[in-house]
Design a protein. Structure first.
Length: 248
């Protein structure tokens, strides 16, 4: 028999020679997970906040945040492209740039059309938009909604109603009542999408049920006018009253 000391009998901890990111990046891009799955947790991408990195790889936003918290190498687990900052920081930094630019044009309550910006301001605004887009692609709801407003109004960017609808929809799908109201309005007015009163009512109702006063008032109008729903004055009054109770 071979004699061993008590120290030798103790189990030795396993030491990982590579980080999680290194292990994943060593795999072939199509190995170990299927299309529609998060490469980190291997669960369906439809089951969480979708995060699209600048390298175009998609993950659950929650999974990437866990990687950041663990202090592992800050690169895409698949292609090793450097990860952008987290969406909250991107949104806040871009918001600060946006407010500074607006401040030079009379304050954030004033409009700031693209044509009115100087060359330097256009450069800074483009950087802010890139940061907001990066945050929005990582699932940041406020960034998605803000981009929708900016593209709808041509606020600091060239006006693009289809892009506005795209970002309103992304934020709406995550439950933003403000975005749902704005998406409903695009359907009611037929701006960026085909006019569709049924869709307008659907999104107004989702926002109204979350307590959005603008959506409640708009839903009341749809009932009063019989657009997208059967005309019903009692139901119109119901939603008007809900909006009025909030001071609208």
């Amino acid at each position: 028999a071979v004699c061993v000391t008590p120290e030798e009998r103790r189990p030795k901890p396993k030491i990982l020679e590579t980080s999680i990111c290194d292990q994943m990046s060593a795999r072939a891009p199509d190995a170990g997970y299927s299309d529609g799955e998060c490469p980190i947790c291997l669960n369906s991408l439809s089951g969480g906040t979708l995060c699209t990195l600048p390298c175009k790889h998609e993950f659950h936003g929650e999974c990437l945040e866990e990687l950041r918290k663990q202090g592992v190498q800050q690169v895409c687990p698949l292609c090793r492209t450097t990860l952008p900052p987290g969406p909250a920081k991107l949104f806040e930094d871009a918001a600060c740039m946006f407010v500074r630019i607006h401040g030079s044009h009379g304050g954030v309550e004033k409009t700031c059309p693209w044509k009115s910006l100087t060359a330097a301001e256009k450069k800074n605004m483009s950087q802010a938009i890139d940061m907001w887009t990066n945050a929005a692609n990582q699932g940041h709801i406020r960034a998605q909604h803000s981009l929708g407003i900016m593209y709808r109004d041509g606020e600091g960017v060239a006006k693009d109603l289809k892009k506005a609808v795209r970002w309103f929809r992304k934020a709406s799908d995550q439950g933003s009542a403000q975005a749902q109201y704005n998406l409903g309005t695009t359907y009611r007015e037929g701006k960026g999408v085909d006019q569709d009163y049924n869709e307008a009512v659907r999104w107004y109702r989702r926002a109204a049920n979350q307590g959005d006063a603008n959506a409640q008032f708009s839903l009341g109008c749809m009932y009063r006018e019989g657009k997208g729903v059967a005309q019903d004055c009692n139901e119109a009054v119901h939603w008007y009253r809900k909006a009025a109770d909030q001071g609208d």
